[in-house]
Write a protein that binds this ligand. Sequence first.
Ligand SMILES: [Zn+2]
Length: 577
Amino acid sequence: MVYLKLFLLIILFQINIVSQDISSFFKERGEIKLKFQFMDKAELNTISKIISIDEIDFQNHTAIAYSNQKQLTKFIELGYDFSPILYEQPKGILTTNNIEEAMEWDVYPTYETYVSIMQQFATDYPSLCQVYSLGTSTEGREMLFAKISDNVSQTEAEPQFFYTSTMHGDETTGYILMLHLIDYLLENYRTNATVRNLVNNLEIWINPLANPDGTYAGGNNTVLGATRYNANWVDLNRNFPDPQDGIHPDGEVYQAETLLMMEFAENHDFVMSANFHGGSEVINYPWDTWYERHPDDNWWQFVSHEYADTAQEYSPSGYMSDFNDGITNGYDWYEIAGGRQDFMNYFHHCREMTAEISNIKLVDESQLLPHWEYNYRSLLNYMEQSLMGIQGIIRDSVTNEPIVAKITVINHDEDSSEVYSNAMGRFSRPIYAGNYSIKIEASGYYTKIINGIEVANNEQNYLEINLIPTYVAVEDENKPLEFKLLQNYPNPISKNANQSNTKIKFVIPFSANNEITPIKVVVFNTLGEKIRELVNNSLSAGEYEVNFNVSNLPSGVYFYQLQSGQYFDTKKIIICD
Ligand SMILES: [Zn+2]
């Protein structure tokens, strides 16, 4: 008994010491940086769900992570060991409250100057740019979004594109690059063909600062003291719903900044997006949460390499060349749950990547213009990709009104990679070069399949698609409207009759583009063995009739089937003596 008491005392004493130690780490800031050792990738993935991993040295099995007090308590409870890394204030970072000075993009603006710059864009270019404050951060700072497009005050039938930066408040390179990008797009619209094409054909949204409380944690007049986490000491890039780990994968409530981004995503139909970070130099593409590859993995590698290769070309050797020549699959690097990239891809059918654009997080202001120079062509290229692949507009065949429809690439899409047309009927399906079939579905309309769509990389295949409303009866039109396999006649058919042919009729749907559709009509016996192929041909829309001669077949039950892409229909036929 005495021993047991002593034992309990020791345990209590140890826990007490530990909790005392923990709080002492967080006296200055609500987040600390720490170093720990891990055995293997599996352990790293487990730890990644407890604290916020930032850097990994796979050779030495060590990693650097950020942690708040709650996370660290859990980390220690699970028996992990760590050494804290002292926070070092970066030196000589310049901040200005002069708008003109700030708009040279080689110095950080104060918070108020940032807000003024954003407003200035809208004032200077009213036909191209609108600026919205869509809400406030935890501490009440503005969450600002610039919308850039020709005829910016109208909603046009254009794909929507989104850039957002610095959800980790101390990763500031992207913050200034995004401001510079807005300026570049507006200033060069009249003279630069690439910019003109993007602004004319896309609805571009840019949010330079997704975690203003983190960036200005040291006060509105300086970015010194910037933190990774938000004002509640939550990592915003672990705070989103996760395809695998569900809601609240980090055990925290959704932060004001997260809720605002979730609502923003809900209210738009982004085709592509990216979020910008620092601390590394690599393009990180989906998924982060699981090993499974994205169905468009080849496309992801293509656009990620395009980004990194172009950046390498315009930067000193070594820039953005780590991992696989500057790109990595997210999970291959390390698993994260609650990241915004997977959230956008899985829950919003978007293509979002995570761009890590400087090894140093809070870069010296002298590094801002060089990093713009390394990256700006890649920023434009990536935007341009949202106009490539299968593109088009979907309308009601009767009223010509735009339709919100689901577009699935047959035998290809999974994990939410299918896309939807927006309220203007416009859809965009970036995809790697190949030959594809798509299915277009909308409630109240006949489903349509389009085969043989050729896609080349960096090219656009634009389709104008009409869907026929289901209230239009087939009989009302001279044209057949949907796939249809009719009952053969005569049936049953006698194989000994003078006329041992039975007629099989079928209908190939009318389409706006007069596509040629590959069609098969095949006869099976009851064992499922194919005994006759009556049609194997590409046909345009219309009503067809084939003769099936049964004279050489044993009597019994047979089936005939119409096959086209994913469409199948089967009917029974009886052959008698
Ligand atoms: Zn980051």
